[in-house]
Design a protein around this ligand. Structure first.
Ligand code: ADP
Length: 695
């Protein structure tokens, strides 16, 4: 390639140039002494000039030598032939140089020259376009040095011209190629983002319908098949979300949505939710936030959750025994920023040294068999890496194959002003157990989506009216008062934004305000803001999930509560045990909500007694020999397990037991353990009564 050739040839050029400069200086020194130079000096001079001429001929460069005082310039023949002129075709004057300069480059070159002559820059080297005799433009690299008198005033300057047109051309080609590649890559990301978003829309139908079907009478086999279908659909959606996120980041469309949140809440909720998975694998999941960490922060808690869920999910996935620990410490603080350090440690399979950097790249898994054995796409850590960067932090891993891994990341958050702003309602909370029946208008043009939304809400006891387009929505709103409107954003004819604007306009005369919730499969940045700006009150993304749908809709409930209607997906499940005086040992609705499926719940109930007994016995043994550490360990494991069953009372007792054990107060611990044993047995009975064999 020409570039490498040029490179190789270029190696000798600087040396040559350097030599030319030295000779020039010498020459000049001789000339100054010329009038009374002895014969010896004259000979030296002649030799030197000869060498100079040789050196000049040895390069393809043109030489110029400018007498600043007279304005005369010597241009060597190669200087002239470089731009197509014979030796006598061109005047030896500075004005020749100026005339041949490209008009757009003229001022820049003169400025560079003046800066050098005035001593403001140490070197004169500049590239410009120079007119060839044939009218074309050549790219020239000019370099030169000035000679100065004893006051530093330059009186002479000489240097070289090198034709760099080819290199410039190559550079330009390279730049174009890079630009083309970049825009192709960004087009790919936009395409991926759009495609995954398009696929999410029909997924709405698949997931919604299977949720609805699961809520009907089914025999064992049908339920099992359907649960598998739902599981596949859920993981497909997860994959789509990953691709969507990743391509959004790649296309530069990912932005953080910062607001005030409570770190404690975030970590606890995640630990609780992920606790189920850990518990199923008999792993201990612990979390600890250092006391010096301020917990009210400003940042994107949704994206923080995403990172944590990813890392904790991996830790659980790749650990077969032992524990997973989440730790948050304070890294540094400034006047308005808090940087936190998160550590997710596991005792799992670990990661080989040579893979520890590349796992943060997209589609990389530590070993080729991972995908078959553990599933996954290799996108999770790449997304975490980019999200962490958006949070001005970094992510890294320390790991030893076979011994476990610790993933670290830092992230910066804003400090709160001290006056606590009311936090934004968290997106998914356990579904409220008692809710009022609401009149809900669903505006949606897709039949499947209409059906999914309507059936979910109806099963929940709400009254639903359907409108197929924006025009109908406006019409129905005029006739009836709704408690909430679910408004599809993209509809043919009058779209969701326009319909909302019209409804809000009509409301100006009546003074009323109906909550409007935007429904969209768009997960692109700025959608939420667009919806709110259009006068909507909240936002829900498709595919609709019952828990999220209820949460978003029911926040606008006004009427007094009706008796509890069964959640959509548990038609055939027994009613929760109605408490007499004592609160129930566990919260059935919450248990159901956090577990998410009937089969898993039954499994959890089936193992409750044996597992809880195991820990209680361990605790008892430890107490009998007055050993606080194993007592604490047993209590702690039990606590992790109890969290899964939504049993407030048992969890509270167990937490206290942990505290007594930790403090070494064995007397207190004994009292707690006795109470806890009773509570666990009540809990076991209650669970069996709701789920046991025969129900
Ligand atoms: P995946 O969807 O495959 O889990 P990730 O990007 O989340 O994608 O992880 C990439 C790879 O890094 C995993 O496939 C696994 O090989 C390795 N890895 C990530 N977390 C852990 C961990 N806690 N222990 C061992 N290996 C891990």
């Amino acid at each position: 390639m020409s570039e490498t050739q040029e490179h190789a040839a270029g190696d000798s050029v600087p040396e040559l140039k350097q030599r030319v400069r030295e000779l020039e200086d010498m020459l000049h020194a001789f000339r100054l002494r010329l009038p009374n130079a002895p014969a010896e000096a004259m000979r030296e001079l002649a030799e030197s000039e000869e060498r100079f001429a040789l050196a000049v001929r040895g390069t393809n460069d043109g030489i110029w030598d400018w007498d600043i005082r007279t304005g005369k310039v010597f241009f060597s023949p190669p200087w002239k032939s470089m731009i197509g002129y014979a030796d006598d075709e061109i005047e030896n004057a500075f004005s020749t140089f100026e005339k041949l300069l490209h008009p757009e480059d003229h001022d820049r070159v003169m400025a560079a020259l003046n800066d050098y002559l005035a001593g403001r820059t140490p070197r004169y080297a500049v590239e410009f376009r120079f007119r060839h005799k044939d009218g074309s433009w050549r790219w020239i690299l000019a370099r030169g040095r000035a000679l100065r008198d004893e006051h530093g005033t330059p009186y002479r300057m000489a240097g070289s011209h090198t034709d760099v047109t080819e290199r410039k051309h190559d550079e330009e080609e390279l730049r174009k190629a890079r630009q083309a590649a970049e825009s192709a890559n960004s087009a790919k990301s936009v395409f991926l983002a759009n495609m995954s978003h398009e696929i999410r829309t029909p997924m709405n139908g698949v997931i919604g319908m299977s949720e609805l079907l699961l809520g009907t009478e089914l025999n064992e086999t049908q339920r099992e098949y359907l649960e598998m279908l739902k599981l596949s659909a859920d993981s497909l959606l997860e994959l789509l979300n990953d691709i969507l996120d990743f391509s959004k980041i790649e296309a530069g469309r990912m932005e953080l949505d910062a607001h005030e949140f409570d770190l404690n809440e975030v970590v606890t909720e995640i630990a609780q939710a992920m606790g189920i998975r850990a518990f199923q694998k008999h792993l201990v999941l612990q979390h600890h936030i250092s006391p010096e960490v301020p917990t009210r922060l400003i940042g994107d808690d949704g994206r923080l959750r995403q990172i944590l869920v990813n890392l904790i999910g991996n830790a659980i996935k790749f650990t077969h025994q032992g524990s997973v620990t989440i730790e948050v410490t304070l890294e540094s603080t400034t006047a308005d920023l808090v940087t936190l350090h998160f550590k997710i440690n596991d005792t799992g399979i670990g990661i080989a040294n040579d893979m520890q950097d590349s796992i943060f790249e997209a589609f990389t898994q530590a070993e080729s068999s991972t995908s078959r054995r553990y599933g996954g796409t290799g996108l999770g850590l790449a997304i975490c890496h980019d999200l962490v960067a958006l949070m001005q932090g970094r992510i890294w891993v320390e790991s030893q194959a076979g011994k476990g891994s610790t993933f670290h990341f830092t992230a910066a958050f804003g400090r709160t002003s001290g006056i606590s702003i009311k936090p934004k309602s968290p997106r998914i909370k356990p579904v409220v157990t008692a809710h009022s029946s609401m009149k809900v208008l669903i505006v949606e043009d897709g039949h499947v989506n209409q059906l999914v939304g309507a059936r979910m809400l109806e099963k929940r006891g709400h009254v639903v009216t359907l409108a197929a387009n924006g025009r109908q929505a406006i019409e129905y709103c005029g006739k009836d008062a709704f408690d909430a409107i679910l408004m599809d954003v993209h509809m043919p004819g009058i779209n969701g934004y326009e319909a909302t604007a019209k409804i809000r306009q009509i409301e100006q005369t009546s003074g009323s305000h109906v909550p409007i919730i935007a429904m969209t499969a768009n997960a692109m940045k700025g959608d939420r803001e667009r919806c709110i700006a259009a006068g909507m009150d909240d936002y829900i993304s498709k595919p609709l999930r019952s828990a999220e749908l209820f949460q978003v809709v029911e926040q606008f409930a006004r009427r007094p509560a009706l008796p509890e209607a069964a959640p959509a997906f548990v038609d055939s499940a027994p009613p929760p045990p109605r408490p007499q005086v004592e609160p129930p040992p566990f919260d059935l609705a919450e248990f159901r909500e956090s577990t998410g499926d009937e089969k898993l719940m039954r499994k959890l109930v089936a193992i409750f007694t044996e597992d809880s007994q195991k820990y209680l016995r361990k605790a008892e043994k430890a107490l009998a020999v007055s050993k606080a550490t194993p007592l604490y360990e047993a209590a702690h494991s039990l606590k992790g397990m109890l969290g899964v069953y939504s049993s407030k009372q048992a969890l509270k007792l167990c937490t206290e037991l942990c505290e007594y054990a930790h403090a070494g107060d064995l007397k207190g611990a004994q009292i707690m353990l006795d109470q806890l044993k009773k509570e666990c047995s009540l809990l076991g009975d209650a669970l069996n009564a709701s789920f046991g064999p025969g129900t």
